[in-house]
Design a protein around this ligand. Structure first.
Ligand code: C5P
Length: 227
């Protein structure tokens, strides 16, 4: 069976990363978390003492930096200029500014070009906001994964409590998710949209396993399953 590509888009906290990672594992494909790339740029911006609204300087910095995504057992490791930032890019200091950085045309152009490159040899499961619409418009399988804001905030809250990184209350998390949805859906360049040919999955009352099974089912029906 020939390899194919899978695009998974959707709002913050819909479970995209976990699901994309499990689907990639089941098919023996490579998982690419594109949100981590926008987070990596935001991390570097903070390291260099730039303000997120210094668009020109931010774009020049992004040109100079090197982002490496290394697939691993427990998910994707992220390196910026050789420094492991896998954990550092998940802090609220980064989350608070990432959508502003991701709204800049020059940043998107740069990262989308890298992402397209990663998809060339197929066998990739990529998650993000514009994968089905811009990065892999020809992906054989496209999924738009969503869930209610309340459910997404509750899932994030539990996850953060479990790994001891919870610095927000549930209602603060809910507000943060709604704010990012708003920014991502209304930005000028490549806003968060469901591609016309993406399958809509509302995971509000589904388990992770059910969503993974449904996506693997789509793969079987449409392209014969992979591997
Ligand atoms: O997926 P994650 O929540 O880590 O993404 C962080 C932010 O990066 C999103 O809120 C969005 O602003 C931006 N992003 C994007 N396009 C992508 C992936 C993420 O604009 N393909």
């Amino acid at each position: 069976m020939d390899k194919f590509n899978i695009a998974i888009d959707g709002p913050a906290g819909a479970g995209k990363s976990t699901i994309a990672r499990l689907v990639a594992g089941a098919l023996g494909f490579i998982y690419v978390d594109t949100g981590a790339m926008y987070r990596a740029v935001t991390w570097k911006v903070q390291q260099e003492g730039l303000l997120p609204d210094q668009e020109t300087e931010v774009a020049a910095l992004a040109e100079r930096m090197q982002i490496e995504l290394v697939p691993g057992e427990e998910g994707q490791q992220v390196y910026v200029d050789g420094v492991d930032v896998t954990k550092a890019i998940r802090t609220t200091a980064i989350t608070d500014h990432v959508s502003q950085i991701a709204s800049y045309g020059a940043i998107r152009q740069l990262l989308v070009a890298l992402q397209k490159q990663m998809a060339i040899s197929k066998g990739v499961v990529m998650d993000g906001r514009d994968i089905g619409t811009h990065v892999m418009p020809d992906a054989e399988i496209k999924v738009f994964l969503t869930a209610s804001v309340k459910e997404r905030a509750e899932r994030r809250f539990k996850e953060m409590q479990n790994n001891g990184t919870c610095t927000l209350t549930l209602s603060e998390l809910e507000q943060d998710i709604a704010r990012r949805d708003q920014l991502d859906q209304n930005r000028e360049i490549s806003p968060l949209r469901r591609a016309h040919d993406a399958v809509l999955m509302d995971s509000t009352s589904m388990t992770i396993e059910e969503v993974v099974d449904e996506i693997l089912g789509l793969c079987k029906n449409k392209v014969g399953g992979g591997k």
